[in-house]
Design a protein around this ligand. Structure first.
Ligand code: 5GP
Length: 113
């Protein structure tokens, strides 16, 4: 797997506006935000895509999802939010490193197609 921008952010070779970090995940603001809250959450143990999560042990997947939920709650309170995983070509995934988009901070519309 070749290094992506998110590998470089994890390795601190590229700067990012980090909002949360622990042993399992790193969360940082999207460089091109689509909502007042737009944060990307990536696992520290690399996985290329949501489509490859079936190859990751369920404990690690659970820890990752738990972190996404915790960070979303910290950033948006009880107002609600959206979690998006873009997958592959049709899903318009542009970075080959698993990432959850957390979007919120306003009333979101629904026009993904
Ligand atoms: P995707 O389309 O793969 O689901 O989303 C990739 C996201 O990464 C995009 O929303 C894009 O704005 C964001 N992004 C791409 N390069 C960088 C970067 O260098 N820094 C940050 N913070 N976000 C990036």
């Amino acid at each position: 797997m070749s290094a992506t921008v998110f590998d470089k952010i994890i390795n601190k070779q590229l700067p990012a506006d980090i909002v949360y970090e622990d042993d399992v995940v790193l969360a940082f603001k999207d460089i091109n935000p689509q909502a007042p809250v737009h944060v990307l959450v990536i696992p520290k143990h690399k996985c290329r895509s949501f489509a490859d999560l079936d190859e990751v042990n369920t404990g690690a997947v659970g820890q990752y999802m738990h972190a996404v939920a915790k960070i979303a709650k910290q950033l948006t309170g009880d107002a609600g939010y959206r979690v998006v995983f873009n997958v592959g070509k049709d899903g318009q995934q542009t970075v080959d490193y698993l990432h959850a988009h957390i979007l919120g901070g306003k009333q979101l519309s629904w026009h993904p197609a």
